[in-house]
Design a protein around this ligand. Structure first.
Ligand code: G6P
Length: 499
């Protein structure tokens, strides 16, 4: 990083979720764990490279209490200290913003999950959620950011104007123009961690809403995605929906007298930290439990319980595999580790029920008193995940669409069996790892069934070669590199502006 250009800037990162979750153990003692999802890991890495403050919505009682202080507070986890400013959002407003607009509306558009003959309706309820949920939350975040970035000088003064603001994800599409208005000299970047859908998918939204989303993102100096494909979709959307001039070669959009850069930085994991975490005592205990039940073959999947992850088709493929290859009966378990997610959203509740029904049907069809073909566990248990990563023979990542998918990177780093990665062509990770994985079309159940068979019968040498290649890619393209590439572009754009 060019510290000359950036070192003095006050860094503020913002995401809906903060770095930690506060809970209490069964005896009521408070415990702090890492926030769910890969976003927390990668933002931690950003803050390691450049000290700063993290702005997040206050999600529970403890966070609401911290939000009342109207300033940043220090929270500690596993030796990392975070400075966090919690934004207090009234429960009803948060519900409209998170459970109606962000999920499912935006999430479903961006992962092509809407079943357009039936859903969604943009009725007064959705309009109300936009106006009285999503839009005001953008303002609350922008105010907190301006306040933090301007601390040590009023917002808009030299200190505030020299800020570097890094916004994250689809919860905050309207924040950048508000921050720019409050801190005219701030540099604002936004990272979209999920796919960017092609233009027609956005036509689900009324024009004023979709324009606000595009214009909101164009309030940034740089808009970042995980892959060049999503960056191109965004540029094309600017042409199709806003009729703006874009330069596809330089990856820029011109908005009035400003030039917005659109860039791709494939996010990754920190292999060293993951290996260290896998050495913990709790992981060893989970491994012992897993090995005690292990059949000859172990197929694993690890996902949030989300429609985009394509969990049901993965089970149907396993069902088909058992039909086609009865010689594997009783010799294999499909261990599905699913973390509960967005349980106040109706679509997720229904999906969970469908997932469980499918598992029951397949287990009844193929299983017996001694053998349960699919072992599904709906819980958030990271040590168990790390144990499963170590021992799979095949790892299924068959997402319908996925911004990156870090499971595809984490699994091979820890796996000790030279297990095979089955990877959906529609994940961001496929652009980096597809050549060494068994690529699958996530809708093609027959192909996924064949991929399971191919994975389990592949020769040892080929499995080793593929795994070594994946590990080499992940070790080199680490999250550290993801961070430094972004800081390098920010420095370059600042430099270009000052010339
Ligand atoms: C994805 C999104 C993140 C989100 C995470 C977990 O990875 O890109 O922004 O935090 O899912 O979802 P949740 O709704 O639980 O925050």
């Amino acid at each position: 990083m060019d510290r000359g250009a950036l070192g003095e800037r006050r860094l503020v990162v913002a995401a809906n979720r903060g770095p930690v979750s506060f809970h209490s153990d069964p005896s009521g003692e408070p415990i702090v764990t890492r926030g769910l999802g890969g976003l927390v890991t990668v933002l931690t890495e950003v803050l390691r490279a450049h000290d700063g403050t993290w702005i997040a919505a206050a999600l529970g009682d403890e966070e609401s209490r911290l939000a009342e202080q109207d300033r940043s507070v220090e929270v500690e986890l596993d030796g990392d200290t975070y400075r966090v400013r919690y934004v207090s959002v009234a429960a009803d407003m948060y519900d409209k913003y998170y459970n109606i607009v962000a999920n499912p509306i935006l999430w479903f558009i961006q992962h092509y999950l809407w079943d357009l003959g039936r859903h969604p309706d943009i009725s007064p309820n959705e309009r109300d959620a936009w106006e009285n949920g999503y839009v005001p939350v953008q303002r609350l975040f922008a105010e907190a950011i301006a306040d933090e970035a301007g601390a040590g000088g009023a917002a808009g003064t030299a200190a505030g104007s020299g800020a570097l603001v890094m916004l994250h994800d689809y919860h905050l599409y309207g924040v950048a123009p508000l921050v720019r208005a409050a801190l005219p000299g701030a540099f604002v970047q936004q990272f979209v961690h999920i796919p960017w859908a092609q233009s027609d998918a956005w036509l689900v939204l009324p024009k004023d809403m979709r324009d606000a989303i595009f214009e909101g993102l164009l309030g940034n100096d740089i808009v970042a995605f995980h892959t060049p494909h999503y960056a191109r979709n965004f540029l094309q959307g600017c042409v199709d929906l806003l009729d703006l001039p874009v330069d596809p070669a330089r990856l820029t959009v011109t908005v009035g007298d400003r030039e917005v850069w659109v860039r791709a930085y494939p996010v990754s994991i920190d292999p060293r930290a993951l290996r260290k975490a896998a050495g913990a005592q709790r992981v060893a205990a989970e491994e012992a439990a897993l090995l005690a039940r292990r059949r000859e073959f172990l197929l694993v999947r690890v996902d949030r319980l989300d429609l985009s992850k394509n969990i049901i088709r993965g089970f149907l493929a396993f069902d088909r595999f058992l039909d086609l290859h009865p010689e594997f009966r009783e010799r294999i378990t499909f261990l599905a580790l699913l973390q509960p997610s967005r349980e106040d959203v109706e679509e997720y509740v229904t999906y969970r029920e469908r997932v469980m029904r499918t598992v029951e049907q397949i287990n009844t069809k193929h299983g017996n008193t001694d053998w349960m073909p699919i072992d599904v566990r709906i819980q958030d248990n990271f040590p168990q995940t790390l144990a499963a990563y170590r021992h799979y023979d095949a790892l299924m990542v068959n997402a319908i669409f996925d911004g990156m998918n870090l499971v595809a990177k984490e699994g091979p780093i820890l796996n000790t069996q030279d297990g095979v990665l089955i990877l959906s062509e529609n994940t961001g990770a496929f652009e980096e790892l597809g050549a060494f994985a068994l690529g699958v079309n996530p809708f093609d159940i027959e192909q996924q069934a064949e991929a399971i068979h191919e994975a389990l019968t592949m020769g040892a040498q080929e499995r080793r070669t593929r795994n070594e290649a994946i590990r080499a890619v992940v070790d080199v393209n680490s999250v550290e590199r993801w961070v430094s590439a972004q800081f390098a572009d920010i420095a370059e754009k600042l430099d270009a502006a000052s010339r």
